[in-house]
Design a protein around this ligand. Structure first.
Ligand SMILES: [Fe+2]
Ligand SMILES: [Fe+2]
Length: 381
């Protein structure tokens, strides 16, 4: 922290020296530009503002247009704080687009003293600066409280500096917000598509949910990051999305399929892949791999391409185990659910044949967790 005012870099008694200011801007804009999580960007921005103007507290507020509120996150793991959109100094800045410099908060009618009363903190001076997005709309605001010196009062120079911070960091903030928006939209679409696939294929009730949870456990067991395992969990419900194009007569045929019918059935992998592959989006690409490769077998006897071993993408190998495990353990139109030891025996036999041997070992290690999932998401008859 750089609250000391008279160090070698030569700051005056009121703030950072130009050299210090540049270093702070440089350090933080580099950090912020590399950050993809909104919370981390907000925290970096708050720290940047605080160090630039030597404020005791600095917060970044964002607008939630749907709920007509302003919200902020003060620290990782701490819940959001929310206030109605137009309230307080920060509310004034986001509605008018004007920055504010208030020397004495208590002499201003916009000050809401409730917070101070509750926390025992004494707000003296406040600066608020709006962030403006690329299209000129306001996306949020900085709020700094109390200068870290004897008078605790900000000056117009502090206001200039915080405005500088807002203009440097605001663009990165907007792009991270956009990124999160897109990711959320993708998640919703993927979930909706998975549900369509599920209703179409008439799998037992919670099949795709269980496959998703099993895939997650196997991915973590394999050593994938939590982030990647969560992505796989999100996309694995789409493994059979291609069944939307399979005729009912084949899809719901109670007996054994003829060779032609089976050839048609195999097409669901290719149809699913074609449906998803053209999207450049990360999650869609992942989903396309799962749809394409969940019926490939380790020994090369699977379909549609007859891929071998690690030529089959890990996502395909994981989903294959999750899918088969669930299918064997559930009643289907053409068979009753298998007993657990019969299922385990099959996985031991198919280790290195149908399934990646290493993943079968992980499957066996994680078996208690998989059974808990099976219990939690069991189908209600
Ligand atoms: Fe399938
Ligand atoms: Fe399935």
């Amino acid at each position: 922290m750089h609250y000391k005012s008279n160090d070698a870099a030569g700051s005056d008694s009121r703030g950072q020296s130009p050299e210090q200011m540049l270093r702070i801007i440089f350090d933080y804009t580099a950090k912020i530009a590399n950050e993809r999580s909104l919370i981390s960007v907000l925290l970096h921005m708050a720290n940047m503002g605080r160090e630039m103007i030597l404020a005791d507290r600095c917060t970044v507020w964002l607008i939630d247009h749907i709920r007509e509120e302003l919200f902020t996150t003060v620290a990782h793991g701490v819940d959001e704080i929310r206030i109605p959109l137009g309230t307080g100094f920060v509310g004034h800045s986001v509605t008018t687009g004007e920055p504010l410099l208030v020397e004495d908060a208590y002499s201003d009618p916009r000050h809401n003293a409730e917070n101070d009363q509750r926390t025992g903190y004494r707000t003296k001076s406040i600066i608020t600066v709006p962030f403006v997005g690329n299209d000129g709309s306001i996306i949020g605001a900085y709020q700094a409280i109390n200068k870290m010196d004897e008078q605790a009062i900000f000056t117009s120079i502090d206001l200039e500096h915080l405005t500088l911070a807002a203009s440097y960091a605001g663009k990165s903030l907007e792009s991270v917000m956009l990124h999160e928006e897109i990711a959320a939209t993708q998640r919703e679409i993927i979930f909706a598509m998975g549900e369509i696939g599920e209703s179409r294929s008439k799998e037992t009730g919670n099949h795709v949910k269980r496959v998703a949870e099993y895939s997650y456990i196997l991915a973590l067991g394999y050593g994938l990051s939590v982030e990647e395992a969560e992505q796989l969990k999100m996309v694995s419900p789409m493994h059979d999305i291609g069944k939307v194009a399979i005729p009912d007569a084949v899809l719901h045929k109670p007996g054994k399929l003829t060779e032609e019918e089976f050839e048609l059935m195999k097409q669901h992998t290719i149809t699913g892949y074609n449906l998803l592959k053209s999207s450049g989006r990360e999650l869609m690409k992942m989903a396309s791999i799962v749809a394409y490769e969940h019926h490939e077998k380790w020994d090369g006897t699977g379909y549609p391409r007859g891929l071998n071993g690690e030529d089959i993408h890990l996502y395909g190998r994981i989903t294959a185990i999750a899918d088969v495990f669930d299918a064997l353990g559930s009643d289907r139109v053409y068979k009753k659910a298998w007993e657990l030891d019969r299922i385990l025996k099959l996985f031991e036999e198919e280790r290195g044949r149908h399934f990646d041997p290493h993943l079968v070992d992980i499957f066996l290690q994680q078996f208690p967790k998989l059974l808990t999932i099976r219990q939690n998401y069991r189908d209600i008859e």
